[in-house]
Design a protein around this ligand. Sequence first.
Ligand code: AMP
Length: 295
Amino acid sequence: MSLVVIGTVAFDAIETPFGKTDKIVGGAATYASIAASYFYNKTKIVAVVGDDFPQKDIEHFHHRGISTDGLQIKQGEKSFFWSGKYHNDLNSRDTLVTELNVLADFDPIIPDSYQDCEYLMLGNLTPKVQQTVIERMHKRPKLIVMDTMNFWMDVAMDDLKVTLRMVDVLTINDEEARQLSGEYSLVKAARKILAMGPKFLVIKKGEHGALLFSENEVFFAPALPLEEVFDPTGAGDSFAGGFIGYLSKTRDISFDNMKRAIIFGSAMASFTVERFGTERLIGLTQEKIDNRVQE
Ligand code: AMP
């Protein structure tokens, strides 16, 4: 049995009120798979990069026990590139550049060794590719969690709605929930989004925590107040990775266990934001994670 994570493996250039980076490694699948790997040791990624992506960064996945059999390397092509700038409140950001590059015609390959997938994390990338991955699984996974963002609502809303009908859990932030539903109230937004397909909805509110909705229940978890938030990039993906990693480990997809998964997801996100990129996430220990969950 395994957890398969799809999403971008990318280069990011980030600007926050505290500093700026040149191209560093990021991407939704990068953050989500690394976060999940602290809970579940059969994590596998499906993604695509160009030949500009350093081998040593692929090794980071292997050090965390993550399989990259489903990671395609396209010779002569460039990796996905995203650049963003955070506002002073660190809760909002502007996308400066999105270069799809290899993502533009990504045809995901699901190796035979991934067909034991029980938990599927559809990290942020083209909704059509998210659908294709579900269709290429011989057996429907027990739980499919999907993440997306405003970019895909702007350029591929119809495809996004089709994918939404195929998944169990959607994780998005408050701004995206409003855009997807056309409702300002998050309670109304949740009702509308649950009617679009998913049985559960997680709305992430950055430093203000996260909400979990099912048809009849609501749960709210605050975020841990941190002294220093340095770079929020990847917080949502680390959250999603921690969330599904915990569910994979405990093999329990009840609402009650999802409440616990939200706490573990929040803990992983709280580490990511403490440094640029994946720096903090990569060097964690079980003890540090347990302590943070207790906090
Ligand atoms: P988050 O801060 O959790 O929303 O995710 C940030 C990560 O998402 C960055 O590392 C980017 O490489 C990646 N990203 C940005 N835009 C997109 C997009 N349109 N599709 C997929 N991944 C993206």
